[in-house]
Design a protein around this ligand. Structure first.
Ligand SMILES: *Cc1c(COP(=O)(O)O)cnc(C)c1O
Length: 372
């Protein structure tokens, strides 16, 4: 699904040097590379404050803590995302309120949010799934109208552009009050281990988040609040500084590969290719197709025997996960998510996928569909 080895080999000497420099400095936690990476990412995103942390899940948790949300507060988010987004809401004693998705983009259906709000609703977490932004203009309007915070889960969309109707462009994650991302190795900007970050233009929020990420400290051994231990290793920061320079190149390579997949599949009545929104670029963290009237597991098995991996992101909607059985949603509560979970399939997608590999993948899929 990804080829981290080719990506590493292409920039090996730069990466190796950066790691050796950290080893030489022995400044393993919060060394100069961490500060420098934060500054680099602030420039890239055009935002005032980036706070790095240990992973994307922590970024979401720290964001919710920094906003001062209290047990009983309700947080609205999508039913179709990686578990982290909802896990941290529950872990903090907040109440997740799930929303069905848009059938084309797989992102939260912004038209359903207002109906799910109560007087306890405090925040909305849109997730920019697979590399394309949620409908932020609609979400921002609701947040302004009802005084809600917006926390963007940008783990799959770092580098995507959002186009406002007033012609301004913003990077995904810099539109709401606070943005969160993950640098898990397979993300579009991946470290060589766990890593994450929070971004915000709000100075007060940034200071709180930085303090929470480091045991609630501002001055060493003076603890102003309860926090967590979620710091970024200097080695990961040094690697991320180098890979950030290539992020736009990686993302445009993904877009070109997606276009080529589209060319193969757009005529097939059995495949629905990914939808592109007018208000966002799509940086294809995943290339996910909807299989219409095809035996998905049969296709997966056929691909597997031909050496082609494929994945189902995600097989079970969050409201039907055992871990969330206490939230009390029934089967049928979110029909679009339930349907998409049964039909979606993600194909190999990474910047180093070459023409020959892509042709082999696409032709095998078309072969199977013609036979089935
Ligand atoms: C990867 C991911 C996360 C979690 O990031 P980690 O670094 O693995 O903790 C959160 N949300 C989404 C949508 C993700 O894809």
């Amino acid at each position: 699904m990804v080829d981290l080895k080719s990506q590493y080999l292409a920039i090996k000497s730069e990466i190796d040097n950066a790691i050796l420099n950290v080893l030489d400095s022995t400044s393993f936690i919060n060394g100069p590379d961490v500060k420098a990476f934060q500054t680099d990412l602030e420039k890239y995103l055009d935002i005032d404050n980036v706070i790095t942390c240990a992973n994307g899940t922590d970024a979401l948790q720290i964001a919710l803590m920094a906003l001062g949300l209290k047990p009983g507060d309700e947080v609205i988010t999508t039913d179709f995302t990686f578990i982290s987004t909802v896990e941290v809401i529950s872990l903090l004693g907040l109440t997740p309120v799930l929303i069905d998705i848009d059938p084309d983009t797989f992102n939260i259906n912004a038209d359903l949010i207002e109906n799910a709000m109560t007087e306890n609703t405090k925040a909305i977490i849109p997730v920019h799934l697979f590399g394309q932004c949620s409908d932020m203009e609609k979400i921002c309007k609701l947040a302004t109208k009802y005084g809600l915070y917006i926390i963007e889960d940008t783990a799959q969309a770092l580098g995507a552009d959002y186009f406002n109707t007033n012609n301004t462009i913003k990077k995904a994650g810099t539109i709401g009050n606070i943005g969160c991302t993950s640098f898990f190795p397979s993300k579009n900007l991946g470290a060589y281990g766990d890593a994450g970050a929070i971004f915000t233009d709000d100075k007060d929020l940034a200071e709180k988040a930085a303090s929470i990420a480091n045991h609630g400290t501002n001055i060493k051994y003076y603890h102003d609040r309860l926090g967590v231990n979620s710091r970024l290793d200097s080695i990961q920061a040094a690697i991320l500084r180098i890979k950030l320079k290539y992020l736009d190149r990686y993302n445009s390579a993904r877009k070109k590969i997606a276009d080529r997949y589209d060319d193969y599949f757009s005529d097939s009545p059995k495949i629905k290719i990914p939808h592109r929104c007018p208000f966002s670029t799509h940086i294809f963290h995943q290339y996910s197709i909807i299989m219409e009237g095809t035996d998905r597991s049969g296709l997966q098995e056929f691909l597997r025997t031909n050496g082609i991996p494929s994945m189902i992101y995600y097989p079970v909607p969050l409201h039907l996960q055992k871990a969330f059985s206490d939230i009390n949603y029934n089967a049928g509560a979110f029909p679009v998510t339930e349907k998409i979970c049964k039909k979606i399939l993600s194909l190999p997608m990474h910047p180093d996928l070459d023409n020959e590999q892509l042709e082999y993948i696409a032709e095998n899929i078309i072969d199977y569909l013609n036979k089935s």
